[in-house]
Each structure stands twice: as C-alpha cells, then as structure tokens.
Design a protein around this ligand. Structure first.
Ligand code: PGA
Ligand code: ZN
Length: 416
C-alpha cells in the first residue's frame, strides 16, 4: 500500500517570534508529509501543554525514540488510530509527557503524508470532493495586549472581516487595503507612530482602545466603499490576559480603568452597538461561561467567539453549548493536540450551530496547513493575520486552493 509509513523524523526549527519549535517529517512508500507547530503568547489555562519539561529537544527525542518505532509500518491513513496512539503513549489528559505541539506536528504530518501519497491536496483528502467552500479571512490589523510591547491598546486584536467579499482573493485584498489605509490614519492620530507592528503583523500604535476602534471603523468604511462590498470590524479582547482573579476585575492598564464583570458586560455591549461589531472573541475570562451566555443572548448579528474559553476542547464546548455560551469557537489544533480531537470539536460545533473559526497562533511557522484545514473541515472563517510571510503563507495557499477548485469554488455560507 502506498501510505505505509517508512520513516519519521523530527527537527528543531524557529517560529515567527524566533522561538524554537518542532517540525516533523513522515515518509511513506509513495509519499511525504511535513508539519510544524505554532505557539501562543496568550494561552488558555486548559490548553494542552506545548512541550515536555525538557522543551523542543526532549520532544524530538520522544518522536525518535517513542513515537517513530510505533508509527513505522502503520498506514498514514489510520489517522484516528495514530492519534489515539499518541494519547496512549503520552498517558496524560493534556499531553504533559510528549507535548501538545509534538502531537500536533506528528498528527498533521501523518495527514499530509497520506494526502501526498494519493497525490491529493490536503483539503480534499480531509474533506472529500465536496469541500469547495473558501473561508472568509478574519484579519488582525491593529493590536496590543500580549502581542506587543509598551503603551499599546489593552485590547489584543482589532480585526477586519470582509463579509461581503465575492471571492477569497478579493477578501484577502480588502484586508490588506484596510491594513494599508490604517497606516495613513495612524500617522495622524499618533504623533510617535513608528510603523511598529506586533507579533501578528498588526499595527501597534500608542492610542486608546476607543481611538483604535474609531480608526479601524473609518478604514473599514473607506475600503468598503472602494471595493464595493462590506468589511466589518471585530475584536479579540483576550480577556483572560486582563482578568485579575484576586480583584475580580478586568484591568485595562494602559487605559487606567478597571471593570468588574458587570461593567465589562456593559462595556462590550456598548462597543458592539456603537461600532456594529460583527465578531467579539473572549469578551470574558476563560472560566466565565455564564457571562458568555448572557452576552450571547443579548446581541444579534454578532459572533461571540470562545478561544481561551473552549481551547478547541470538545468537553469544554459541550459545557458551553449546554449553557448557551457563545455562538462561535476558535479552532487551534495544538490547543488540543491531534487532528482527530480538533475534528470532533469542529463536528460538534457545526451540529450545534456554532461557527468554527480555524486560527493561526501569534508565533507561527511558514507552514500553510491551516488553509487546508479551513476548507477540508468546512470552516467558514479563517483567522490568520494580514501581513507577514508566516501569515501570507496561509492566505496565499487559499488563493491557490481557490484557483485549483476553479468553477467549483464558492465562498462559505456565513450566517451571522
Ligand atoms: P496566542 O493567541 O497568542 O495564544 O496565539 C492569539 C489569540 O488569542 O487569538
Ligand atoms: Zn484569542
């Protein structure tokens, strides 16, 4: 059989923040797969542990000594079996022994190798011939929080979602135009603006959250009328980074304001209404399912998305579903470890009317696999940044996929 695994290799490479990460290569009798793991700066408490105590070097050893001997001889098509084997070899709930990033790189390299052995694009191997919907790119254009240094907005990400785009390439271009327009607007509102950007390529100016929302809205409006379709504004508040559990308050250090959960609710509701926000991620800290559900019941036409809240975990999503917390979920495979775990969460999300948003991390490699995951898993939104080689690797891959699909290509159905 062409998909029999003959060799498994692991090496240390570096991500966009210059941190060491793991890359895994799988050779089958007729193909080859490769995958590398991203890493987060504002991680959720319930995420899989990224690496074993000895870091990337120990992770590489685990692949070579523990995982490779088991995988060699198996078929790369046995994704579920391989993923449960990774859980077995690890023996903990959150990949403390082999590392979630190790599991991620192995799991994805296996799928990549299987697809390549069949001479098939990864999205088609994962989603079949009916996988022909392109996701809307959710782009980070301005930010602060844990993704930048100095006096930057407390809110981590100000995002653009080109909801009216007729094609993927026009959507990607609109996001780039908003990013570029912002540069001109920021020069006027921040006299010290140096053109500095944060980890995900978003501008990192010294302005308030409110000012940031004003300029991003203005840039979106201008670009919308220029391109002839609507680009709307979203936020990732990454509230767990602002939450002080002792004070039971959200600390907006740059703004010099503290908000208790009730005030946070009012604040977020006010921003959604005033700026017609289409997307808000992590408006409350990672254990506050109740506030997520209250907010979700109070708004219409805005996605309330859980990242640190759900950490791509099926069980945590089930809790959210039973409480009505949110209506969208971030899918970062390395939060949970394997492709099978992530797919189960995506499936549950779709069955329950939650929109799955496949996402990059702030520390990325130039790998493009998440582009294929978005199309293969049928996720209507991909969150992957606007500028920077490691972000454009995903965007450009989707442009290629759109071209490859030809007349079959359609934009995803996005009901907000
Ligand atoms: P990360 O988070 O820094 O953990 O990748 C990005 C995000 O909060 O979406
Ligand atoms: Zn987030």
């Amino acid at each position: 059989m062409s998909t029999i695994i003959e060799d498994v290799k692991a090496r240390k490479i570096f991500n966009s923040r210059g941190e060491a990460t793991i890359e895994v290569e799988i050779t089958t009798s007729e193909g080859f797969g490769i995958a590398s793991a991203p890493s987060g700066a504002s991680k959720g408490k319930a995420e899989a542990v990224a690496y074993p105590p000895g870091g990337v070097d120990e992770a590489i050893k685990k692949v070579e000594e523990l995982i490779a001997p088991e995988l060699i001889g198996m078929s790369a098509e046995e994704q579920e079996e391989i993923d449960s084997l990774l859980h077995e070899l690890d023996g903990t709930k959150n990949f403390m022994n082999i590392g979630g990033n190790t599991a991620y790189a192995v799991s994805l390299a296996v799928a990549d190798a299987a697809a390549n052995s069949y001479n098939m694009p990864l999205f088609q191997y994962l989603g079949g011939y009916l996988a022909c919907h392109l996701p809307y790119p959710l782009g980070n254009v301005l930010g602060g929080g844990k993704h930048a240094l100095g006096k930057v907005p407390d809110i981590q990400e100000f995002l653009v979602l080109p909801v009216g785009a007729p094609t993927f390439i026009s959507a990607a271009e609109a996001n780039i135009k908003v990013h570029r327009r912002l540069r001109d607007l920021l020069i006027k509102v921040d006299p010290y603006f140096t053109g500095g950007r944060g980890d995900e390529g978003a501008w990192a100016p010294n302005i308030s959250n409110e000012k940031a929302l004003e300029v991003v809205s203005k840039a979106c409006e201008e670009v919308s009328s220029e391109v002839g379709f609507e680009c709307r504004v979203g936020l990732d508040i990454a509230s767990s980074s602002l939450w002080d559990p002792e004070k039971q308050r959200y600390i907006y250090a740059n703004e010099g304001v503290e908000r208790d959960p009730g005030e946070q609710m009012e604040y977020v509701l006010d921003l959604i209404r005033r700026y017609r926000l289409v997307y808000v991620e992590d408006p409350f800290h990672e254990d506050d399912f109740e506030s997520f559900s209250e907010l979700t019941s109070k708004v219409r036409g805005c996605l309330i998305c859980g990242d640190d809240l759900f950490v791509t975990n099926e069980e945590r999503l089930s809790t959210g579903i039973s409480k009505g917390s949110g209506n969208a979920i971030i899918i970062k495979v390395n939060q949970v470890g394997t492709l099978t775990d992530a797919w189960k969460t995506v499936k549950l999300a779709k069955e329950s009317g939650y929109i799955p948003v496949v996402s990059h991390r702030s520390g990325e490699t130039t790998a493009f696999h998440i582009a294929h995951l978005a199309v293969g898993f049928g996720c209507p939104i991909i969150k992957t940044g606007v500028l920077g080689g490691e972000r454009l690797a995903k965007i450009n891959e989707l442009i290629y996929i759109e071209e490859l699909l030809g007349e079959k290509a359609k934009m995803a159905r996005l009901r907000i």
